[in-house]
Design a protein around this ligand. Sequence first.
Ligand SMILES: [Zn+2]
Length: 378
Amino acid sequence: MGKLVDIGMASCPTASFLRYHEAVEADDHSEPAIGPASGSTPGSAWAGLKDDELLACRICDLGVRIAGSELEGRVAQFQEELAARGLAFRPACYLGDEWFSPAGVPAIAIPFYLAHPRLKTLEHRQMLEVEGGTPEWCQQLLRHECGHAIDHAYRFSSRDDWRRIFGSPDAEYAPETYQPRPYSKGFVRHLPNWYAQAHPDEDFAETVAVWLSMKPEEWREQYRGWKALEKLQFVHSLMEEAKSNPPKVSRGRRISDASKLRKTLARYYAERRKLYAEDFPDFYDADLRVIFENGEPHGESAARVMRKNRAALVASIVRWTQQRKYTVDMLVRRLMQRCQQLELTAPRDQARLSYELSAYLATLVTNHLHTGRFKRSV
Ligand SMILES: [Zn+2]
């Protein structure tokens, strides 16, 4: 298992992500112990800066805190949910560079950009969406990360009974390339993309998330007849144990603590955008030529037609595939660029073209979801 086990739903760890995080960690030599969030939001003079000026700021200089931000209430709500389920366990929450729970540490890192509206705006402009930016989404991710954090606290996944139910936590960790079975009843559904199927640790985190979000009579009803019910019942018994026993682990290192990250926002975004960008080999050319066949000789350029329809295309593909908006938008932009290089023109029947394009893009994105690549190379 790497230093970083998890980073939440859509930002699934790939090998390059893990490398990226190790690089982040290498920047950070301090090892503060976890503890309750404290302090207050200092004056943020940078909030009035333009994007390019703000991007020159270092993350550690932003002075963002959970306390005093909108996250304070969201973390409090999450803690009330833990109390309502009878748990005394409270994972320490701190600001990091992504959603994750550090391996072996009963803590939750929340991305720093959620702690200030100006940073949320920048995140949206840079990545086209803000993961966990709404109250509901934030609660979903807190519950999911809590599943990892409570496992780190009680070391449940080292037990034989855990492994019999969820499988080996040493299984290969490749959430970007897992092949989910959408109709499987062996897994709960909490985060999109059947994320519980990505890895035994994700399966457990998702099962804990469902256990937290519903009363026992609700999940028993909703998952009646599902194999996943066995997992929920097992999690229920583990949580009963947690109610009457102190955690085995209560401290640990805050990996990627935002207050220690000396990289600039510009570098942070350059790295993340590179991470999500795909290789774009020219084997899409043949498909594009088919889609734009019968193009009018001096008609409107294919790239221009795609540009006009881009927002609607991206929105509907994101809605139905639940893939990252940034990933889909990058795909559409690159296809547009390629159409321009190939000097393709649009056919007269643009309605038909729209159907062809949306079906093609949805297929590419679904392939990406299931294989980690937009197009199967074999
Ligand atoms: Zn996870």
